[in-house]
Design a protein around this ligand. Structure first.
Ligand SMILES: [Zn+2]
Length: 305
């Protein structure tokens, strides 16, 4: 009888030991579950390393393949229609413009360009009417932030008093090109006057070593009779296939729509870096949205040269 009691007691003790040990292990396991660990990831975020190319954030490093040299003509290039409602007068005016641009391109396919070869998803942002000392540098800063190279068609007579902006454009690696001396409308000017306008602006560009002979006519057109003179003088005339309409709309979202709806591989996009009643406020607001949307769509930005 006594022996049985001892055995029962021993068994009870053994069971208690097993149960207590089990409980102890369970408590230890609970403490060590990930939910109860301090969140070290918060203290040390695992961000991918950001590649910095230069120490100066204002200076952009443009890959050589972002600069297009030896621009080839493409067939079937045309100016896109504006994807937003316009007054009937403006519709007519722009329809006539598109027709004239296409005729010029068909007659001078190598020297009047509307867009770039569409073999790749590239887009060339072009900015007219600079330089100045306010909106142009603001636009350069946005482009540099996204490392987007662009082409600036400059008005010759504005260059002298805006050398800081010129230097900023050069240091950032953007292309400087010709937008005439005083923004005369070539289609209203005699050949001699127009060539004088282009030549004077080119002298200023050559003085800062712009290194190209790209001419964007003010208002986008020249007369077909003026083309041979421009070709003889070594110029390539650069039109556009996508008009941002930043000279017409003052809402940034309308400008974004005009670019994003019409974008296509090889697009040359018309924008402005200076002038306008609100000092390019809408262009400056639209630009980051345009860049981000096109980058999301897989576009690569190129500068002309
Ligand atoms: Zn202009």
């Amino acid at each position: 009888m006594k022996l049985r009691r001892v055995l029962l007691l021993s068994l009870l003790l053994a069971w208690s030991f097993i149960i207590l040990t089990g409980l102890g292990i369970a408590v230890l396991l609970f403490i060590n579950t990930p939910e109860n660990q301090p969140d070290i990831s918060e203290a040390e975020p695992d961000f991918p390393e950001i590649e910095t190319v230069t120490d100066d954030p204002d200076i952009m490093d443009i890959q050589t393949n972002d600069i297009l040299t030896d621009i080839k003509p493409i067939s079937n290039a045309y100016v896109r229609e504006i994807p937003l409602p316009l007054t009937s007068e403006m519709e007519e005016r722009l329809e006539q413009f598109r027709k004239n641009a296409r005729l010029l391109h068909e007659e001078y396919p190598e020297h009047f360009l509307i867009s770039l070869p569409a073999t790749e998803k590239t887009a060339a942002l072009t900015f007219d009417d600079g330089p100045d000392n306010s909106s142009t540098p603001e636009i350069v800063e946005i482009l540099n932030t996204y490392r987007v190279p662009a082409t600036f068609f400059l008005i010759g007579r504005q260059m002298e008093n805006n050398m800081d902006t010129i230097q900023y454009l050069i240091d950032s690696g953007h292309t400087l090109a010709n937008h005439s001396w005083s923004h005369v409308r070539p289609t209203d000017a005699a050949i001699e006057e127009m060539m004088n306008e282009v030549g004077r602006a080119q002298e200023k560009l050559d003085a800062v070593d712009a290194g190209n002979k790209l001419f964007r006519p003010p208002y986008g057109l020249v007369n077909r009779t003026q083309m041979p003179a421009l070709i003889d003088a070594g110029y390539q005339v650069i039109g556009w296939s996508v008009d941002s309409m930043d000279w017409y709309f003052d809402k940034p979202e309308d400008i974004v729509t005009c670019v994003v709806e019409n974008i296509h591989p090889g697009a040359i996009v018309l924008l402005h870096s200076s002038g306008g009643p609100a000092n390019r406020k809408a262009t400056i607001e639209a630009l980051p949205l345009i860049i981000e949307t096109l980058l999301e769509q897989g576009y690569r930005f190129v500068a002309l040269k």
